[in-house]
Ligand binder design. Structure first.
Ligand SMILES: [Zn+2]
Length: 271
């Protein structure tokens, strides 16, 4: 599932391609559920003829500011992505000035487009973006110390911190040798500081590598050019069950934490 680094990669590639400043000339939507509660016709009518002013990202949301004053909000969910190439998994197609076409590829059909007058209608429900300046060490410390929750589900709670998903939570917890089921308030001050640095580090490295793709399958994350992210080689825990821990050589194990598959080192990460 695309997390902060994968969504950031798509947003950057849209900007680099010069999508900002172009007018939307035509829109085709093939999957009506994607734009609910609007109909495809109503959604298309609302954005056609408007200009794309800016493209931003908060957490796992891409926000596209339109000249109409409305904001086109995109959540990629399981496997959505914008692409410059047509595929049989396209659920939407956008024609922009200059003949530029964008395809919304989504093998799993969970991706969502929303049209709002104020992005805060959606972003206001999220915690600070994990790579923004408002996500500080002091903020994380207050989250951890004032709650008695298992640490991994706390990190995944988008209302507390926006952008972290299963991959980068497992990576940050492995890096800091913290068991994912430990109670948040049990972390020592050193562990809280280390966890903050680890979250920022794994997300930044993920962005630098254009995100993580775990395989070559059609449902795997692809960037706008249809390419896999390069972060796979850097992953230390996620998806490495049975492979040796890079610190202590113990084979990593997979457990379920809050209904999410979780990979960890049973020697380094003790409960
Ligand atoms: Zn280990």
């Amino acid at each position: 599932m695309p997390e902060l680094p994968e969504v950031e990669t798509i947003a950057r590639q849209l900007r680099e391609r010069g999508v900002e400043g172009r007018e939307i000339l035509a829109v085709r939507i093939d999957w009506p559920r994607m734009v609910e509660p609007l109909t495809p016709a109503a959604f298309a009518q609302a954005i056609c003829g408007t200009k794309i002013k800016t493209i931003g990202r908060t957490g796992k949301w891409i926000h596209i500011e339109l000249s109409s004053g409305q904001h086109w909000m995109v959540h990629l969910r399981m496997a959505g992505s914008f692409s410059k190439r047509r595929s049989k998994f396209d659920r939407g197609e956008i024609l922009l000035t200059g003949g530029m076409k964008l395809y919304f590829r989504d093998t799993r059909k969970f991706g969502r487009w929303k049209l709002v007058d104020d992005p805060q209608e959606i972003l206001g429900k999220l915690g600070p973006d994990a790579l923004s300046t408002s996500f500080t060490a002091a903020y994380l410390e207050s989250l951890l110390t004032t709650r008695k929750r298992a640490i991994k589900p706390l990190l995944l709670d988008q209302a507390l911190i926006a952008g972290i998903g299963n991959i980068y939570a497992d990576e940050a917890l492995w890096k800091t040798a913290i068991h994912p089921q430990r109670c948040s308030s049990s972390l020592a001050p050193d562990e809280r500081k280390a966890l903050y640095r680890a979250i920022r580090h794994v997300l930044r490295i993920g962005v630098q590598n254009r995100g993580t793709s775990l395989g070559k399958g059609q449902t795997n994350y692809r960037d706008m050019n249809g390419e896999s992210g390069q972060h796979r080689q850097r992953v230390k825990a996620y998806g490495r069950r049975g492979l040796p821990c890079e610190r202590c050589k113990t084979p990593l194990i997979k457990i379920v934490v809050a209904q999410r598959g979780t990979t960890l080192c049973p020697t380094c990460q003790v409960r």
